[in-house]
Design a protein around this ligand. Structure first.
Ligand code: 13P
Ligand code: SF4
Length: 317
């Protein structure tokens, strides 16, 4: 039997739903959609799992996405395809060090990016995503709050510049977005003068500065669909090209250059951890029920409050 059919069968048998991020392989994204699951950004993945009546959520993405799904759906079984698939932002922000910094600044509101562990989310007042960070921080600034931000220094810097909020920034970064090179992107722009430059805000300031659109994965896909340019230079993980070419099949998509002289990666514009997801591992998880995400209920309940705050806020704004 074709592996896709075997997965379809197992999903049905287990009353399971497959939720995939835009950065995983196209075959997993297609299967998630075909089987009644979803392909989306990290926030929508979690929201979908919470609203679904499935007993089991299979997450094609990285560990923090599985944890967020479990935090929001503690009564469901949540599995990731590979338990080694992590995120440099999550790894850059260990709970003990983070907690110490929070203790040193008791007068600051703690805002963390979704790309963090359950423990860090539990220590935070708010969890935000790339698509919601500006709105939440603006709201906090209007209420005269000072902010302790973690873990992404680039996203934090972008939010700080845009909102003018008083922010202390943790110094984490994304190993994929950090490598995009502004000068090489501008050279490419000379070859395609009518193109638009799309940038995920995990990228460095100089890359954000030359962007026509700065936004979450969902916002960048919408830009390709709705903007009038025919050519787009895209500074985010190239897994997103699958959905972009589906929604805008006649547009030309170009990977933003990331291979500078000091590059040490094979495919700089693709996250090695996202690449660990595959159809074979999906079938394996469904059959063997390995890689289950388990979270201490006290941590889970505390983290849920910070995520729920974001869900309620985005529903009302
Ligand atoms: P989004 O929330 O925009 O999907 O981003 C998640 C991520 O890991 C980006 O690198
Ligand atoms: Fe983390 Fe970057 Fe990979 Fe996204 S692309 S999961 S931020 S390492």
């Amino acid at each position: 039997m074709d592996i896709r059919d075997s997965i379809r069968q197992e999903l049905k048998k287990n009353n399971a739903v497959l939720v995939a991020h835009y950065y995983v392989s196209g075959d997993l994204q297609d299967l998630a959609e075909e089987t009644g699951g979803i392909v989306s950004d990290s926030l929508e993945m979690a929201r979908f799992g919470q609203n679904s009546d499935a007993d089991m959520i299979i997450v094609a993405g990285v560990k923090f996405m599985g944890q967020t799904a479990k935090i929001l759906s503690p009564d469901k079984q949540v599995f990731v395809l590979d338990d080694q698939a992590t995120c440099s932002l999550d790894e850059d922000c260990p709970i003990d060090d983070f907690s110490k910094l929070c203790d040193q600044h008791p007068d600051h509101t703690v805002v963390v990016y979704a790309n963090t562990s359950a423990e860090v989310k539990a220590r935070a007042d708010w969890v935000v995503t790339s698509g919601s960070a500006l709105k939440v921080v603006n709201h906090l600034k209007e209420n005269n709050q000072k902010i302790l931000w973690a873990p992404d220094k680039h996203l934090g810097n972008y939010v700080k510049n845009e909102t003018g909020a008083d922010m202390i920034l943790w110094q984490g970064s994304c190993v994929v977005h950090e490598r995009f090179k502004a000068d090489a992107i501008l050279n490419l722009k000379e070859l395609y003068p009518n193109s638009a430059i799309l940038v995920h805000p995990e990228s460095p300031q100089e890359v954000v500065d030359i962007a026509d659109v700065v936004g979450s994965t969902t916002a960048l896909i919408e830009a390709v669909k709705n903007r009038e340019e025919d050519v787009f230079i895209v500074a985010t993980d190239n897994g997103i090209f699958h959905k972009m070419s589906e929604v805008a099949p006649n547009k030309k998509l170009i990977e933003a250059p990331s291979m500078g002289d000091s590059a040490d990666c094979e495919s700089c514009a693709h996250c090695d951890w996202m690449a660990m997801n595959s159809l074979e591992k999906c079938l394996n998880v469904l059959k063997k029920k390995n890689n289950e995400i388990l979270i201490d209920p006290t941590i889970g309940n505390q983290a849920k409050k910070s995520i729920q705050k974001l869900l309620d806020f985005t529903a009302n704004h």
